[in-house]
Design a protein around this ligand. Structure first.
Ligand code: HEM
Ligand code: HEM
Ligand SMILES: Nc1nc2c(c(=O)[nH]1)N[C@H]1C(S)=C(S)[C@@H](COP(=O)(O)O)O[C@H]1N2
Ligand SMILES: [Mo]
Length: 404
């Protein structure tokens, strides 16, 4: 048995042994004198975290499903800006969680040292669930924050790691909320607050109400200083977000530049450039030059690019509807399409159009952005742009439609 000495308070030394156990219990209040280490504060911050994490989980799973061509989750083409809203919510709610999470962990910190660890098997399980809950929550916000800053120093794929962490956290959160629900309800109910569980001390500082108010205001502040990356009216406030929706070539951000994708202007300028439309679903395949495409009926649509990383920006795109090209090659009305880029060796070099997306009149192979030929970084000479698609599915530098 360990019998070394340890500090109990500023000027007392005890010995850890069977006889001295009660001294260990006294360690906690003596070391954490703030009245804010309190059940009510933990419950209020917990409730706020419950809301932001639920929003993140729902919108995150939706984003996952829509990027997976084999998912059973319906993926409609309308409303056109739906993904822009859901992913904007995801990243904004995730960022707003950071002050809540840090404050909550500070508030409950003394509880992590509670001794004995559990009074029963049930409460031991509740306590063990704190490990994935706290660890996983920190992992989610750290990887999320890194990802939107294109900083990914961890040894696992972002999507896989972030995704599995979210299941782990939500499972553990289910246990945590079930165990703490009665306490939480008592504090959420309107009426006079119960007295603080730790008597206020003479050390001054914030009241519970002042503390919770400050943390909630920080959380709303983080949201306001980042949501401008996707909500244009607040763009000038977007001081904490990595992107501004109007900064980039042709007034539009770029995630992957042509240079970093290994794509050159010469490839689009080559007189031999052809858009190939073929595949088992195309009875009369076609090879179209850019002039052939310009000679077809053009359509304009105002559509956002809504990046999975939480920024979005709207523009007017002009080009040929994919459904007209499908009709040209004799494809059936329920055809699905793989859109391929002449960029090589990248997961983002192709994307799938399901039936709804392929048949939507605003799903375009665009030649123009706000009336000008596409900048090379935006996909010159030809790119896919369609309603309600995650940015990663808006394939740039397109030279091939494969019809099924
Ligand atoms: C990511 C989300 C969350 C994390 C990381 C977290 C973490 C913790 C930790 C580590 C504790 C101290 C240990 C314990 O008493 O079990 C705690 C306590 C507590 N949590 Fe959470 N929690 C989260 C969400 C929630 C939610 C959603 C609620 C309620 C809806 C909630 C309500 C409470 C309550 C009432 C306590 C007890 C405080 C006390 O007895 O003094 N928490 N939380
Ligand atoms: C600072 C906080 C957060 C940020 C900045 C953030 C950011 C992101 C981003 C950028 C993506 C898209 C990744 C991609 O498709 O390439 C994503 C996906 C996702 N996020 Fe978060 N996130 C945060 C917190 C959370 C939280 C708290 C949860 C769950 C409770 C969560 C659950 C998910 C899920 C399930 C996905 C889908 C992953 C996949 O496609 O497989 N995120 N997140
Ligand atoms: N071929 C190809 N297309 C691509 C990408 C890519 O890396 N390669 N990036 C995608 C991503 S993640 C986004 S958000 C949009 C961004 O389009 P933009 O650079 O024109 O703003 O392009 C998409 N199309
Ligand atoms: Mo993106």
């Amino acid at each position: 048995m360990f019998t070394g000495s340890f500090e109990v308070g500023p000027d007392r030394v005890g010995t850890l042994g069977a006889m001295e156990r009660p001294a260990v219990r006294r360690l906690v209040p003596a070391s954490f004198p703030s009245p804010l280490h309190d059940e009510r504060v933990a419950a209020l911050l917990g409730a706020a975290l419950g809301v932001t994490f639920a929003v993140c989980f729902a919108t995150g799973l939706l984003s996952h499903a829509w990027q997976d061509p084999d998912s059973w989750v319906p993926f409609p083409a309308r409303p056109a800006g739906l993904y822009r809203v859901t992913q904007g919510l995801h990243v904004t709610a995730g960022l707003a969680s950071i002050p809540l999470l840090l404050a909550k962990l500070w508030v409950v910190f003394p509880k992590l040292f509670a001794w004995p660890p559990a009074a029963s098997i049930g409460s031991l399980l509740v306590r063990l669930a704190l490990l994935p809950l706290v660890g996983g929550s920190l992992l989610l916000v750290v990887t999320g924050l890194g990802n939107i800053n294109i900083y990914r120093p961890w040894p696992f794929g972002f999507r896989a790691g972030h995704h599995w962490a979210s299941w782990l956290v939500m499972g553990a959160l289910g246990i945590h909320v079930a165990a703490r629900w009665a306490v939480t309800r008592r504090h959420l109910r309107p009426g006079p607050p119960p007295p603080a569980s730790v008597a206020p001390t003479a050390h001054g500082g914030l009241t519970r109400r002042g503390f919770v108010g400050t943390v909630l205001a920080s959380s709303v502040g983080v949201a306001l200083l980042t949501v401008g990356q996707t909500y244009r009216p607040l763009e000038r406030l977007a001081l904490l977000s990595p992107r501004r929706p109007s900064v980039g070539p042709q007034g539009l951000p770029v995630n992957r530049t042509a240079a970093s994708a290994g794509v050159t202007r010469a490839q689009g300028d080559d007189p031999g450039f052809r858009l190939v439309i073929d595949g088992p679903g195309a009875p009369s395949p076609a090879r179209l030059s850019l002039d052939d495409l310009r000679a077809l009926e053009q359509r304009s649509a105002r559509l956002p690019i809504a990046c999975v990383e939480g920024w979005s920006a709207e523009a007017t795109w002009t080009g040929v509807p994919v459904r007209d090209l499908l009709a040209l090659v004799g494809a059936a009305g329920d055809a699905e399409v793989t859109v391929r880029s002449f960029q090589r060796g990248d997961r983002l070099a192709s994307s799938e159009l399901n039936r709804a997306h392929a048949q939507d009149p605003d799903t375009l192979l665009a030649l123009l952005l706000d009336g000008e030929p596409l900048h090379l970084d935006h996909g010159y000479p030809l790119r896919l742009i369609g309603p309600n698609r995650p940015g990663v599915l808006q394939t740039k530098w397109v030279d091939h439609l494969e019809v099924r």
